[in-house]
Design a protein around this ligand. Structure first.
Ligand code: AHG
Ligand code: MN
Ligand code: MN
Length: 337
């Protein structure tokens, strides 16, 4: 009797491809298996952090001027290696690398670009709080000699995006533009199995998520918006939840609804989160699940990127809360005249 294995992430993407692109060669499924392999390697290290020497900092700082955690570096190496050997990836770009990495042996035929945040929320590693990996996949002209141009494409050009959350379980959530599906790693067989088919973000939630220590420097309309949540203006009491790992804060918002906000602050006047490997992939997943993602003024996926590590404000969440935020912003614009 066949064991009822369930649907693995690779099988699922092959099925999706066959449905929408009958001539699909399985290339995409092969690419995704490079990401899932790397994330299984990272997940194993996260689960054993404290026993193996991956806690703490490397002593380096990355292009962002942030202290590089050992696990940031380890995760980055895992993704560069697993994706660099797929044969169909021409260019890789990472939070941890100043410039895009051309995969020399595949530069003339690799038709994909993968951009990633190898370890998101790395400040939380040493205190055993959820961290994640975020990825964004674009097409490139295999004959391109311009890796920067290959990478700097607006978010609506993404052909797939998602994240892996290393939490109480290890979950893969991704979209190829046909909805959002979630897979849970079954460690006993080392496969991601379909556990959350066709995820839809609730139209409205009961939670808001942001780092309120920055409230003094938020734009005025934003402070009024926040007050609305606390005052229970329309009879609904919201609660605040903030982990400080984007993947964890977004995943909760995706499943339960509500809103995640990282507005401009005094310390980060253009916002803290990076467009190419945080806001774009998260924005694609949010929209595909029925949510909305903006920088406070425009759709995240419409932003024309100017540099690999550029930062943007990110507001993402349920339709109701995001449209309310939009109304506060518009009132502010009308008031300003
Ligand atoms: P990373 O660890 O990849 O640098 O990302 C950290 C980000 C994001 O995960 C999180 O939402 C945000 O930093 C938290 O910022 P604050 O500590 O300023 O709230
Ligand atoms: Mn991050
Ligand atoms: Mn990171």
């Amino acid at each position: 009797m066949q064991p009822s294995l369930g649907t693995t992430a690779e099988q699922h993407i092959l099925l999706q491809q066959r449905e929408s692109f009958p001539d699909a060669s399985g290339e995409f499924s092969w690419l995704l298996s490079g990401i899932t392999l790397a994330c299984k390697i990272v997940g194993a290290a996260v689960r054993r952090a404290g026993l193996v020497d991956v806690l703490g900092a490397t002593g380096d700082t990355n292009v962002q001027g942030e202290v590089v955690q050992k696990l940031d570096h380890y995760a980055n190496e895992a993704l560069l290696s697993c994706l660099g050997n797929r044969g169909n990836v021409g260019v890789l770009a990472s939070e941890e690398n100043e410039e895009p990495v051309v995969v020399i042996k595949d530069a003339n035929h690799g038709k994909y670009v993968v951009i990633f945040d190898p370890l998101d929320g790395s400040g939380n590693i040493d205190v055993n709080i959820n961290v994640g990996t975020i990825f964004s996949i674009l097409r490139r002209d295999p004959n391109s000699k311009d890796p920067q141009g290959d990478v700097l494409q607006p978010g609506y050009k993404q052909i797939a995006a998602g994240y892996v959350l290393y939490g109480s379980s290890t979950m893969l959530v991704y979209t190829t533009g046909q909805g959002v599906n979630g897979f849970t790693l079954d460690p006993s067989i080392g496969a991601f199995l379909l556990s959350h088919p066709n995820i839809r973000m609730p139209e409205r939630g009961k939670q808001y998520s942001l780092n309120e220590s920055n409230a003094e420097s938020f734009p005025e309309y934003f402070r009024r918006f926040l007050y609305w949540f606390k005052s229970g203006a329309d009879g609904s009491a919201y609660t605040s939840r903030y982990v400080g790992s984007l993947v964890a804060d977004f995943h909760r918002t995706l499943l339960k609804g509500g809103i995640f906000l990282y507005p401009p602050t005094a310390k980060n006047p253009s916002g803290k989160l990076r467009l190419m490997y945080e806001a774009n992939p998260i924005g694609f997943v949010a929209e595909q699940a029925g949510g909305i993602a903006t920088d406070g003024h425009q759709r995240i996926l419409d932003i024309k990127p100017s540099s690999l590590h550029q930062r943007v404000p990110l507001m993402v969440g349920s339709k109701y809360e995001m449209e309310l935020l939009q109304r506060f912003a518009e009132q502010d614009k009308n008031r300003a005249g």
